[in-house]
Ligand binder design. Structure first.
Ligand SMILES: NC(=O)c1ccc[n+]([C@@H]2O[C@H](COP(=O)([O-])OP(=O)(O)OC[C@H]3O[C@@H](n4cnc5c(N)ncnc54)[C@H](O)[C@@H]3O)[C@@H](O)[C@H]2O)c1
Length: 250
């Protein structure tokens, strides 16, 4: 489905090589946006070679590289922060390195892109920032998501802070909080968990059991919300953590 809802907008999407970020990049381009699609994995970007999408290999944890990319390809009207990493375990299972890694990938990447992209948005009179958080965050505790939940709660806090600080400059900032969504990293987590549970099917059943709708979400369902938040249709919406979770938090 396409209706050119993002016509004329310049968008930066991180983690665009797989899962939610990829679906966002493809849908944004179909809606008329020009998309710079960033991923650390160049091979993952191969599937994005189509009109409207400029693939860019970039490590979003590297502030200088992010600055240089934004100087070269910006300014941007829309920023979608998609990088995220799931540590599986309780706080006792999470050593300092994994704790730091969780924050470096899930929060510092957003700090880096915000500091690079916001000045251009402010100069142009506004923009829309969309941070991918999670239902596992300040919204709800999930077993074995201590580090992940802490980072995604930080994402919601950062989202609200940016929203209030830059509201008078025309910048909107919202978070999307998905439930469990089909993606390559979820497949890897199912494989890993399957080893402890006696099979991948059992692991899949456990993930589906968390979803009151009885199924996992699709990246395209999340991308639809991102299109809305990026577009002028959402011009009165800022500082919100929008939940799209198959009924977990219903
Ligand atoms: N899949 C889910 O069930 C789910 C649920 C809630 C929230 N989320 C969040 O959605 C976002 C996307 O997750 P997903 O599961 O759809 O995708 P994914 O985890 O399968 O893919 C993430 C992509 O990010 C890229 N990446 C990793 N480190 C990077 C870096 N430093 N710089 C640039 N790119 C980097 C990877 O190469 C990969 O292509 C994450 O923030 C995740 O926490 C996912």
């Amino acid at each position: 489905m396409s209706s050119e809802r993002l016509s004329g907008l310049n968008a930066l999407v991180t983690a665009a090589g797989n899962g939610i970020g990829k679906a966002v990049a493809l849908r944004f381009a179909r809606e008329g946006a020009k998309v710079v699609a960033v991923d650390i994995d160049g091979g993952a970007l191969d599937g994005l070679g189509q009109p409207g999408i400029a693939p860019l290999v970039l490590d979003a944890t590297d502030p200088e590289a992010v600055d240089a990319a934004v100087r070269a390809h910006g300014p941007f009207d829309v920023l979608v922060n998609g990088v995220g990493y799931v540590h599986h375990g309780t706080v006792l299972d999470c050593g300092p390195d994994e704790w730091r890694r969780s924050f470096a990938l899930n929060v510092d990447t957003m700090y880096n892109t915000l500091r690079a992209v916001l000045p251009g948005m402010i100069e142009r009179g506004g923009g829309s920032v969309i941070n991918i958080a999670s239902a596992a965050s300040s919204l709800k505790g999930f077993p074995n998501r201590a580090a992940y939940g802490a980072t995604k709660a930080a994402v919601i806090g950062l989202t609200k802070a940016v929203a209030v600080d830059h509201i008078s400059q025309g910048v909107r900032c919202n978070a999307i909080c998905p439930g469990t969504v089909e993606s390559p990293s979820l497949a890897a987590r199912m494989k890993e968990l399957g080893r402890q549970m006696g099979g991948e099917d059992e692991a899949r059943k456990a993930f589906v059991a968390r979803q009151p709708m009885g199924r996992l979400g699709t990246p395209e369902e999340i991308a639809a919300m991102a299109v809305y938040l990026a577009s002028p249709e959402a011009s009165f919406t800022t500082g919100q953590a929008l939940i799209i979770d198959g009924g977990i938090l219903a």
